[in-house]
Design a protein around this ligand. Structure first.
Ligand SMILES: NC(=O)c1ccc[n+]([C@@H]2O[C@H](COP(=O)([O-])OP(=O)(O)OC[C@H]3O[C@@H](n4cnc5c(N)ncnc54)[C@H](O)[C@@H]3O)[C@@H](O)[C@H]2O)c1
Length: 266
């Protein structure tokens, strides 16, 4: 092993020790661009992982991926909008991982159209997937975590939960709802050693956004709205997520952490 490789591995070991996530039992709901990057970073930190998504094909790919399945990451195919799904996920996590320390809610859909075009059913679909699944998964996790006296819940909000972006009506409402839901969960469960926080990214290129970004001028327009002059990367979301899950963040609860290159400053 070269000197350079030694220092990289020593640095990783030191970082893993600082985070204190070795052996942590982690559930990630949502195997999309951000969820999978977070999964890899949790595995780097020595955590044990169950990744949940409704997309079975995607989960089979992850099981076969040396960076996920090859490092012990397990998967479970579940549509989280189905009744009883959240309790099933938490039950399965406890059985598969031997307990539950961290839950990351990384599930979301969007439909960029003017509010006047949305039917009741289309509105309900986005609220159900983005917000109601957090209520259900957070409640199922919160039951177990408050009883055991520790736990970390982290949800993906968005800058859209604060800013009034056009053509984002139901999505923005779902993210504003997440911001308040995590605050109430945080307040009710703090005395039982459970922290609940959200991270709120600006635009990050993933399957959720790539089509929109590739359409005429959208990427350039969106980049120009960010003081940092660029979009974020999934790794720039994963780092703060791991921090909030780590032992360093034990006294941080009820926060929405904007990860947006300054987008919400302007
Ligand atoms: N990408 C961005 O620019 C961005 C910005 C701000 C916030 N976010 C938020 O981050 C989170 C993750 O986004 P992403 O970019 O990784 O999206 P993504 O589209 O890549 O992944 C979302 C995943 O959620 C899964 N999913 C959807 N409905 C589900 C259901 N009912 N049950 C189970 N799984 C379901 C999808 O199959 C998909 O794998 C979302 O909450 C999103 O709103 C993303």
């Amino acid at each position: 092993m070269s000197l350079q490789e030694t220092s990289v591995s020593e640095a990783s070991a030191a970082a893993a020790d600082w985070l204190g996530l070795t052996g942590a039992r982690v559930v990630i709901a949502g195997a999309g661009g951000i969820g999978v990057t977070c999964a890899q970073r949790f595995l780097d930190a020595g955590a044990r992982l169950l990744i949940v998504d409704r997309d079975e094909r995607r989960l089979r790919q992850l099981e076969a991926d040396p960076a996920i399945g090859g490092r012990g990451g397990r998967t479970l195919a579940v549509d989280l909008t189905e009744k009883g799904a959240a309790a099933r996920v938490i039950g399965q996590a406890v059985e598969t991982l031997g307990g539950l320390d961290v839950v990351l809610h990384c599930v979301g859909i969007n439909d960029r159209r003017p509010l006047l075009e949305f039917s009741d059913d289309e509105w309900k679909r986005i609220i159900d997937v983005n917000l109601t699944t957090l209520f259900a998964l957070g409640q199922a996790a919160g039951r177990r975590m408050t009883e055991q006296g520790h736990g970390r819940i982290i949800a993906l909000s968005s800058v859209s939960g604060l800013l009034a972006h056009e053509n984002h009506g139901p999505y923005a409402a779902s993210k504003g709802g997440i911001n308040q839901l995590i605050r109430v969960m945080a307040r009710e469960w703090a005395k039982d050693g459970v922290t609940v926080n959200a991270v709120a990214p600006g635009y990050v290129e993933t399957p959720l956004t790539s089509e929109h970004l590739s359409e005429g001028g959208n990427r350039e327009r969106l980049e120009s709205q960010v003081p940092a002059g660029r979009l974020g990367t999934p790794d720039e979301i994963a780092g703060p997520v791991l921090f909030l899950a780590s032992r360093q963040a034990g006294f941080i609860t009820g926060h929405v952490l904007y990860i947006d290159g300054g987008r919400t400053l302007v």
